[in-house]
Design a protein around this ligand. Structure first.
Ligand SMILES: *Cc1c(COP(=O)(O)O)cnc(C)c1O
Length: 468
């Protein structure tokens, strides 16, 4: 092994090794880091996953992205630790729904959403790199719900990192807020901002743009544009497909999509040798990606609040990584497209770019009424409840047109207990949360309320961070 190099989709940022890309998050030219080339796994290796544990598969799939930066032995330890806290021994169990449909449960982590799979690994990789270098970092992030809890749960008590999560006061669910405010570890902090999610995001952007504050606090980001988050999600595509007979058996996946991070991990799995026939982009009424696949025009619209709030997104940041691929890794073309998006709110793909996208991706939009109807119908057919994000994935899977004999795996991205309002609307009864979540709901909360003001937020962070 040697050094794995990471390049920016916009071509004007320094080329970095794995750990530097991990700690940088966004590239300095505004682009996203991707490896210089996709590693490939042999058919024998993929076949061997059928008999391996999730942690063993993770090491085989992920180590080629790290090279000399992380030793294989150290990765084994980190991966084992990251997935030890999952409630199910398979980590991401696969259920046969019959009729060629399968259900991949990604919600057995501590905060009941698939973001735990990546965040638990990312936090340990970051902490390990910082400790080895004798450095510290301050993580800041804004959340509309799921990301904040997953980040706090993953980074709590890590040695080299302090975490500050901003959320809009009074605008997240009780479960989501308590997941952020009940951990008592001294390195995690929740800032309840007197404003909206957009205000929180603007404050985070403001702090990253404040060069003095940024270097003083050694700011780092963990949102889904961080390469390591996308990377960590590749594992379960291989794990699920191997159980269904890959590499002999081709597979399709339906993925509830917001920022395009999760489904892009499926694209990477295909580049690494997994026989993926189709990746179905399942969207709610915030359907920018479905419109783009139909017309070739990527055009932002107003965000509509839905029952599946983690997909209420109009700019899917990780789509830039796919653009880089379908333009033949033409960074100047990506710069032009992203520039147009900033300036006029839209860009157009060429016929060739669109064809390359459609070769692997399809898209379906599921509206609000259909989401509730799918939740009910699923329960009648299979005897258990699903969350509204997963329902969007199931609905899109039902519409997929596939060659005979290709199984369709829907990614179940959250536990229904996390979205009680939609669950009550669909089922007239609640979903039972795992015991550790019920216990958590009884614990004492700790949060700091701050004004929607950059100076006020920076001061609150300076006061609490352990940085010297
Ligand atoms: C974040 C999230 C999604 C969307 O995933 P992306 O990687 O942003 O496409 C879907 N479902 C749930 C429950 C989520 O938390």
């Amino acid at each position: 092994m040697s050094r794995v190099k990471y390049i920016s989709t916009r071509g004007k940022a320094p080329i970095l090794g794995f750990e530097d890309a991990l700690l940088a998050g966004l590239a300095r030219d505004g682009g996203l880091y991707v490896p210089e080339r996709w590693p490939s796994l042999s058919e024998a290796m993929i076949a061997s996953f059928q008999d391996k544990s999730f942690a063993e598969i993770a090491v085989d799939v992920l180590h080629p992205f790290m090279g000399d930066d992380v030793s294989r032995d150290r990765l084994v330890e980190i991966v084992n630790e990251a997935y030890a806290g999952f409630e199910h021994e398979a980590v991401t169990p696969l259920t046969d729904l019959g009729g060629g449909q399968y259900f991949l449960e990604l919600y057995h982590g501590p905060t009941l959403a698939f973001k735990d799979v990546a965040m638990q690994l990312l936090a340990r990789l970051m902490d390990d790199a910082l400790v080895r270098r004798g450095n510290r970092a301050t993580i800041i992030g804004a959340t509309s719900g799921d990301t904040g809890g997953a980040a706090i749960e993953a980074f709590r008590s890590r040695e080299a990192v302090d975490v500050f999560i901003l959320f809009p006061h009074g605008r997240v669910s009780d479960v989501q807020r308590k997941q952020m405010t009940t951990p008592q570890d001294t390195n995690v902090h929740t800032l309840s901002v007197d404003g909206t999610f957009d205000d929180c995001q603007a404050l985070v952007k403001g702090m990253f743009n404040d060069v003095t504050f940024r270097s003083e606090m050694a700011l780092a980001g963990v949102n889904s544009i961080n390469w390591a988050r996308v990377m960590a999600q590749i594992t379960y595509y291989f794990a699920a497909a191997a159980q269904l007979g890959a590499p002999r058996q081709p597979i399709a996946f339906s993925v509830p999509t917001g920022n395009f991070g999760d489904i892009f991990a499926g694209y990477v799995a295909a580049q690494m040798g997994l026989p993926v026939v189709q990746l179905m982009i399942a969207t709610n009424v915030n359907d920018i990606l479905a419109r783009t696949l139909a017309s070739g025009v990527y055009e932002t619209d107003k965000v509509i609040a839905t029952q599946s709030p983690s997909m209420d997104i109009q700019v899917s940041s990780n789509f830039e990584r796919l653009l880089f691929e379908v333009t033949g890794r033409d960074a100047s073309r990506v710069r032009a497209l992203m520039g147009a998006l900033t300036q006029v709110g839209r860009f157009e793909m060429t016929d060739n770019e669109l064809q390359l996208t459609r070769a692997l991706f399809a898209a379906e939009r599921i509206d609000e009424a259909a989401t509730l109807e799918i939740m009910r119908r699923f329960h009648e057919a299979h005897g258990f409840k699903i969350d509204p994000h997963t329902a969007v994935g199931i609905g899109a899977a039902e519409k997929a047109v596939l060659p005979d004999g290709v199984p369709m795996v829907t990614l179940a991205t959250a536990h229904p207990a996390k979205f009680p309002k939609a669950v009550l609307a669909a089922y007239d009864s609640e979903a039972v949360a795992p015991q550790h979540v019920l216990d958590m709901l009884q614990q004492e909360e700790r949060l700091t309320q701050v004004a929607n003001d950059l100076m006020a937020v920076e001061n609150a962070i300076r006061e609490k961070a352990r940085l010297v």
